[in-house]
Ligand binder design. Sequence first.
Ligand code: BG6
Length: 471
Amino acid sequence: MTQQIRIPDRFILGAAASAWQTEGWSGKKEGQDSYLDVWYKQNRHVWHNGYGPAVATDFYHRYQEDIGYMKDIGLTHYRTSINWSRFLIDYEEGIVDETYAAYMESMIDELLSQGIKPMICLEHYEVPAYLLEKYDGWSSRDVVNLFVLYAQRALERFGEKVDLWFTFNEPIVPQTRIYLDAIRYPYEQNTKKWMQWNYHKSLATAKVVALFRSLPINKRDNSRIGIILNPEVTYPRSSAPHDKQAAEIYDLFYNRVFLDPSIRGTYPEELVRLLKKHNIMFEAADADLAVIKEHTVDIVGLNLYYPHRVKAPAYQWHTDTPFHPAFYYDKFDLPGRKMNPYRGWEIYPSIIYDMGMRMKEEYGNMPWFVAESGMGVENEQRFRGGDGRIEDDYRIAFIREHLAETLRVTQEGSNCLGYMLWAFTDNVSPMNAFKNRYGLVEIDLEKDRNRRLKKSAYWYQQVIQSKLLNI
Ligand code: BG6
């Protein structure tokens, strides 16, 4: 029997994207590459049939058209980022690229004029390649100050218009790919650097929070500064102590390493003990730790895609092996799990409920929202119906189940503000360009990147308009 869930008034129902995954390189100047631009330039094989970030979705030229669709669907909010590597022409002097700033401003104005609230993130994997080369990226304390300078320029430009700001999207991810997985330039396995980057990004967040609070924007009732994290909601194989310990340590290294300093202003003692034990403790000045303690965020966005299942490791690592957190856990696939057959990720909507209850019980009922939830599908053109429209009933089922869990945890008192879908349109993935499609709106690569609403867009429109979810 169908059940109806009423969606609270003022609940965010939006969609997300990022600058570099949508804008394309049009108008980009020499020296304005992000580290991912360089990676894409060096690795032609990750482009999808020749399509990649060079044009992306061409949002840079077509934002008015896309915002028109957002308005039609009824999105309350749209999240994207400013591309740090393009917004400045001199990262050390903080000189703004006026052409890019004018585009950003016009895009924000267009959202506002259509009644859609912008959420702006300062870094969604757009660290300038120049800073990676000259300073070894976030290994350097100098980059913390350069990020604050960039944030200041962005807040000066757009702070009057935008209420909701975020320092980073998934701040752990670039250094995990670079220094833990060693699959991106400079392909170096180095766990100590990984932790130093983690720490410097938390420090940068606290410093930007401090800056934000010193500006007039902070006086507006609705203005907020936050961070967008990707907690890997972790389940142990069993309740046996060794499996539970594996899950707890996994949670420390991948989740609490950002959740705790961002929300509580401190690092978990057990994490610090492990970092010292394995000689990978980050270097931190007492004065900086005091800044982290004092300037915690107002709001947290959580990107929640699939569960992570761990068990105690089968083998003891040799003590002379360079340390990796996987020393303490093995991952495993749950037998009989429900899978997304088109992307290879487990589907387990309870991650939203379980994480929402953690926010309530462990993190002081911090205001939070689902900042990304979505379903990637390879070769989605195969699901085109007779009229040419993509019939993505699998995505409708996915959103329905994940939105239902978001509403359930909200009803149970978690301070959840809303749900945002990844993504508004199909866009470029960090790993494989356009191979996996996530959008409510199709980008037809073969036909001039023409836009066409998928079936899920009409379904989402109906949910937003009726404020009712049928499950
Ligand atoms: C999120 C990121 O982790 O996952 C996005 O914030 C990304 O930038 C999305 O595109 C989907 O992952 P993927 O690898 O399938 O594109």
